[in-house]
Design a binder for this molecule. Structure first.
Ligand code: ADP
Ligand code: MG
Length: 272
């Protein structure tokens, strides 16, 4: 379960080819863009006593009943749980796509579950990236255009246009990094599942996020293609120090991560 140095070195040695970085490899503990260096013990992303219910008619169905979780900078963390255990719900809350009923989410020591829309959008578009089981690519756009979409949203039409050459180069480099440099002008329907997930990974990384949230990223892929996607994620984590939080129902996939926690009965099993 723990990722050994040997595996990392082997991986680096066999990776081959030109290596394009979407962001400079970070030294652990380097100061963030916004805040002072973190104390060693401080979590990067933290969930504190998170509770979340859904309503089925008038009946309240509790899903998360007090989730406590700390994600550390630079780690890859897998959250496993059975189907329906609340994995997607938790991931969405961590990524501020939804708000908890009770409890708090913190990022670099700052509370983020109650941000105003502008601050939340800045966080989602800048610091967090997300990939899903079903990719969620825009069907009318090419691979390259899909990857560029977050930059258009973040910078606005004018800002994007002014720096479009740099943005396009960046998107192409990322597509090379995930092994999709030869499919720039294909539309999603012309891509395989694995290729679509590669495009989705490039899109999630184009704004240089600090954390990648992955919701069953191999859930729709055959085992071999799934392993290729996990290999990409492992490279991003080990070589580019990208913090990754992945949820999956599949223990064999979770074992790829540095650390595995189990979501059970609405809580992280064995959490403090
Ligand atoms: P998992 O990802 O582990 O399969 P989910 O987080 O998707 O679990 O869902 C947990 C539970 O919450 C399930 O019982 C599901 O039916 C329910 N649920 C999820 N989203 C909603 C929603 N938007 N409205 C009502 N119930 C929901
Ligand atoms: Mg789910």
């Amino acid at each position: 379960m723990s990722t050994t140095q040997t595996r990392t070195e082997q991986h680096a040695a066999t990776d081959g080819g030109p290596h394009v970085s979407f962001q400079e490899p970070r030294r652990k503990g380097k100061a963030s863009r916004r805040t002072a260096p973190l104390a060693a013990s401080q979590a990067f992303v933290r969930a504190k006593n998170i509770q979340k219910s859904y309503f089925k008619g008038k009946i309240e169905v509790p899903v998360l009943r007090g989730v406590d979780l700390a994600v550390h900078e630079g780690e890859s963390l897998a959250i496993v749980g059975q189907s329906g255990s609340g994995k997607s719900t938790l991931l969405h809350l961590l990524a501020t796509l939804d708000a908890p009923d009770q409890g708090e989410i913190h990022f670099e020591g700052e509370r983020i579950d109650n941000l105003k829309p502008k601050g939340r959008d800045r966080l989602r578009n800048g610091q967090f990236g997300m990939i899903f089981q079903f990719y969620h690519l825009l069907p009318e756009l090419t691979t390259l255009e899909n990857v560029l979409t977050p930059l258009m949203i973040t910078h606005g039409a004018f800002g994007y246009w002014r720096n479009r050459r740099r943005h396009i180069d960046q998107a192409k480099q990322l597509l090379e990094l995930v092994g999709l440099g030869h499919r720039l002008n294909h539309r999603p329907r012309e891509l395989s599942g694995g290729e679509m997930q590669r495009a989705a990974i490039a899109r999630a990384l184009v704004a240089q996020p600090r954390v990648l949230f992955a919701d069953e990223p191999t859930g729709n892929l055959d085992p071999e293609t799934g392993r290729e996607i996990l290999e990409i994620l492992r490279t991003l984590n080990k070589q580019h120090s990208l913090t990754i939080v992945m949820v999956t129902h599949d223990m064999s996939i979770a074992q790829d991560a540095d650390r595995v926690v189990v979501l059970e009965n609405g809580r992280i099993a064995g959490a403090e």
